[in-house]
Design a protein around this ligand. Structure first.
Ligand code: HEC
Length: 207
């Protein structure tokens, strides 16, 4: 079960993440911090900072701008700074409602919410580790298919240890080490997927 879910994530094709990125970027323009203050403003600012780097990385990950590993690592750092516990500590109970777009589900399903925040952190760490690998399309041997096969083999042999060692125990987390040997855009896809998955369940569309 765990493997199936991970493989699905790994096999995500470029097309899919392009759509995801479009959604994430659109989110940035549509939300305007309406009168938020304090911790609610702080978390919105964190989200906006991440949105900006996702937007900056998009042409790079599509191969439409020069690849720059240093820039990718810096972008990953921004996300690492605003994810995991750095994100969840900004969502104390009782901070939903106007002007926040956070749904009550954040606190009803705190575990699921925290897990996505943590998955974002792990994927961003992975993107940082994979920065020197470059894009799938530039890989010498058939890009993603080849790397995907390697990743499958790697997980087949090591999943037990890696999962057992994860802070979330028994969940479906992808660790940074899993991304380390893959094309950088695979990790970026996982990052973008975390943003979208969380917004789908935990952020109201209108407020
Ligand atoms: C674990 C859940 C979670 C993850 C992961 C997550 N977000 Fe969010 N995001 C939220 C919630 C909840 C809100 C609404 C916050 C509020 O209004 O109080 C939000 C709001 C936003 C906003 C609107 C900010 C504003 O000014 O109102 C943007 C933009 C955004 N997220 C971008 C991103 C990007 C880009 C990523 C990934 C790099 C990401 N988010 C990852 C849960 C998440």
């Amino acid at each position: 079960m765990e493997l199936t879910k991970q493989n699905r994530m790994l096999n995500m094709q470029a097309r899919q993440w392009v759509v995801t990125i479009a959604l994430v970027s659109f989110g940035m323009a549509a939300w305007a911090h309406n009168g938020a203050t304090g911790i609610v403003k702080e978390r919105m600012d964190g989200m906006s900072a991440m949105s900006k780097v996702v937007k900056d990385l998009t042409p790079i990950m599509r191969g439409q701008a020069d690849y720059d590993a240093e820039q990718v690592r810096a972008a990953a750092d921004v996300m690492i700074q605003h994810s995991g516990e750095q994100m969840t500590r900004l969502f104390p109970e009782g901070t939903g409602g106007m002007p926040s777009a956070a749904k009550p589900t954040v606190w009803e399903n705190w575990e699921g919410f925290s897990e996505l925040a943590e998955q974002l952190r792990l994927s961003a760490e992975g993107m940082k580790l994979a920065a020197d690998n470059g894009l799938a399309k530039d890989q010498p041997q058939q890009g993603s298919a080849m790397m995907g096969a390697n990743a499958g083999a790697m997980m087949g042999s090591g999943t037990g240890d890696m999962m057992g060692g994860s802070a979330m125990g028994g969940s479906n987390m992808m660790t940074p080490e899993m991304f380390a040997g893959m094309p950088v855009d695979t990790a970026f896809a996982a990052v973008a997927q975390s943003c979208s998955a969380c917004h789908q369940s935990f952020r109201a569309k209108e407020h």
